[in-house]
Design a protein around this ligand. Structure first.
Ligand SMILES: NC(=O)c1ccc[n+]([C@@H]2O[C@H](COP(=O)([O-])OP(=O)(O)OC[C@H]3O[C@@H](n4cnc5c(N)ncnc54)[C@H](O)[C@@H]3O)[C@@H](O)[C@H]2O)c1
Length: 135
């Protein structure tokens, strides 16, 4: 009952979705959290750039969104490659007719699978390692 009312109000406030007219790059959106974010953003009206190092997965997510009436392109590549990032931004800007509004910096990997298994000390060491403060 409450859910229906929320949907009804949201429909009045955002008839084309909460992200209508927005262009979003979601890195690592070939699977997992990124893919779900891509689907959600598209459902809310965003044009989604599906980015992933795994080209087949990125293309599959973009196709799924387009098949359901959303708007998406796949621009696969490695987020650690600076030249590729230039290409990603160029293609996203073309797709967005000159605009990119949102970047979800999601690409990465989870060592131990799920968040409840990741201990605070491990995260602390990871941050130090990433920042170059430990070898
Ligand atoms: N799932 C969790 O419980 C959890 C916990 C802590 C942090 N995270 C973080 O959240 C993010 C998403 O998690 P998930 O569970 O959906 O992960 P996932 O492994 O299911 O998906 C990550 C995606 O990122 C892509 N990717 C990895 N390196 C890349 C690169 N260099 N360039 C482009 N794409 C790349 C992978 O191909 C994959 O499709 C990750 O950054 C992860 O570290 C997740």
């Amino acid at each position: 009952m409450a859910e229906k009312r929320v949907a009804q109000i949201a429909g009045h406030l955002y008839p084309n979705g909460m992200l209508a007219g927005q262009v979003a790059i979601i890195t690592g959106s070939g699977q997992g959290i990124g893919a779900e974010a891509a689907r959600l953003f598209a459902t809310e009206g965003a044009k989604v750039v599906v980015q992933d190092i795994d080209a087949a997965k990125a293309q599959a997510v973009a196709k799924e969104i387009n098949d359901k009436g959303g708007k998406a392109i796949a621009v696969p590549g490695d987020m650690l490659d600076a030249r590729y990032i230039n290409e990603l931004v160029k293609k996203a800007a073309e797709f967005g007719e000159g605009k990119i509004h949102i970047i979800v910096n999601n690409a990465g990997f989870t060592w131990d699978g799920v968040i409840h298994k990741v201990c605070p000390m491990w995260c602390f060491k990871w941050i130090l390692w990433q920042s170059g403060n430990i070898e």
